[in-house]
Design a protein around this ligand. Structure first.
Ligand SMILES: Nc1nc2c(ncn2[C@@H]2O[C@H](COP(=O)(O)OP(=O)(O)OP(=O)(O)O)[C@@H](O)[C@H]2O)c(=O)[nH]1
Length: 299
């Protein structure tokens, strides 16, 4: 019996990991393995999903769409050798990934016999989408999806959400669900595309984004960190990581997506080491200087 695979794609910071965590914690009673691809060698998403899934395997340093395809297929085989075998596999593509390559490699007939691609879910950030629609990577991710899932509907108005639904439905003709409707795993599995086609689009360049990482074993000052991040935020597309602040026992999860930055208490058991990934459009931001500013916090 072939194990179904759900692929979750979507732009940087769209809400993929949040959605997968919600899905995994939804009382489904299934044995689920998650394969998580992240940008950079610090796999924050694997840590964030780690507490919810049966086996979480992070793929590092690349995106599944190109350099890591072989790695993903190897990982898939490893997952399928687990006993007991998982009943569902969820693959989170990195936010910079063009899902076409992932979909094509999962449609390999040999893989299909043991694990079959069921549904490609495209997570769309409802606050970002209205300005992102001309972006070639965003478009490829949406076109490659069987179903679109609107995230962050709580951060916009009902009117804006409804207008976005209409625009998406006219432009892409996909089933559109709201994250707030909490679609069940079985409902998502039923939305599979039985006749996948690969629209001819120009290949999306895979060197568009650059990333930098900062790791620090000690604790830093909260206010100084906030000052540095407010300086850096306008030049970044995404930042995320775990931070240890002076005078605080708990590790904190920092997230920057679009113009929203949040700090929240991290799950217990997260390594007490500051580690942050910064992602920016290549050529637009001096990531070296950004890391330099973070290094100044280490004293
Ligand atoms: N208010 C609100 N915030 C959300 C929602 N979904 C995600 N977020 C927040 O958006 C930020 C990015 O969410 P993630 O789930 O990490 O996004 P992602 O697509 O996995 O990001 P990458 O893997 O880095 O591309 C986090 O701060 C989340 O808490 C939502 O529906 N509502």
């Amino acid at each position: 019996m072939s194990v179904p695979i759900l692929v979750v794609t979507g732009f940087l910071g769209a809400g993929k990991t949040t959605f997968i965590n919600t899905l995994l914690q939804s009382g489904h009673g299934l044995r689920i393995a998650a394969i998580v691809n992240d940008f950079g060698s610090i796999n924050i998403d694997a840590t964030l999903i780690g507490t919810s899934a049966e086996g979480v395997i992070g793929l590092k340093n690349g995106c599944i769409c190109c350099s890591l395809q072989g790695d993903m297929l190897r990982t898939l085989r490893t997952v399928m050798r687990q006993t007991p075998v998982p009943e569902l596999i969820v693959v989170e593509a990195s936010g910079v990934a063009d899902p076409t390559g992932i979909i094509q490699s999962l449609m390999d007939p040999v893989i299909w016999q043991s694990a079959r691609l069921q549904t490609v879910i495209g997570v769309v950030d409802a606050t970002d989408a209205p300005h992102r629609m001309e972006d070639p990577l965003w478009q490829t991710q949406v076109r490659g999806s069987d179903v679109l899932l609107l995230a962050k509907g709580d951060c916009t108005t009902a009117e804006a959400l409804s207008a976005l639904r209409s625009r998406l439905s006219v432009a892409f003709r996909k089933t559109i669900l709201d994250l707030s409707e909490a679609p069940s795993i079985s409902a998502l599995l039923e939305l599979q595309e039985t006749n996948r086609s690969f629209p001819r689009t120009n290949p999306v360049p895979d060197n568009r984004f650059a990333h930098a990482e900062w790791i620090h074993e000690g604790a830093i000052d909260l206010e100084e960190f906030q000052n540095v991040m407010s300086q850096l935020a306008p030049g970044l597309v995404r930042a995320k990581g775990f931070i240890r602040f002076k005078g605080q026992a708990d590790m904190m999860l920092f997230q920057l997506s679009g113009n929203r930055a949040t700090l929240a208490r991290a799950e217990e058991g997260v390594d007490p080491v500051c580690r942050l990934v910064l992602i920016a459009e290549r050529d637009k931001t001096g990531l070296d200087e950004a890391i330099g500013l973070l290094r100044r916090l280490e004293t």
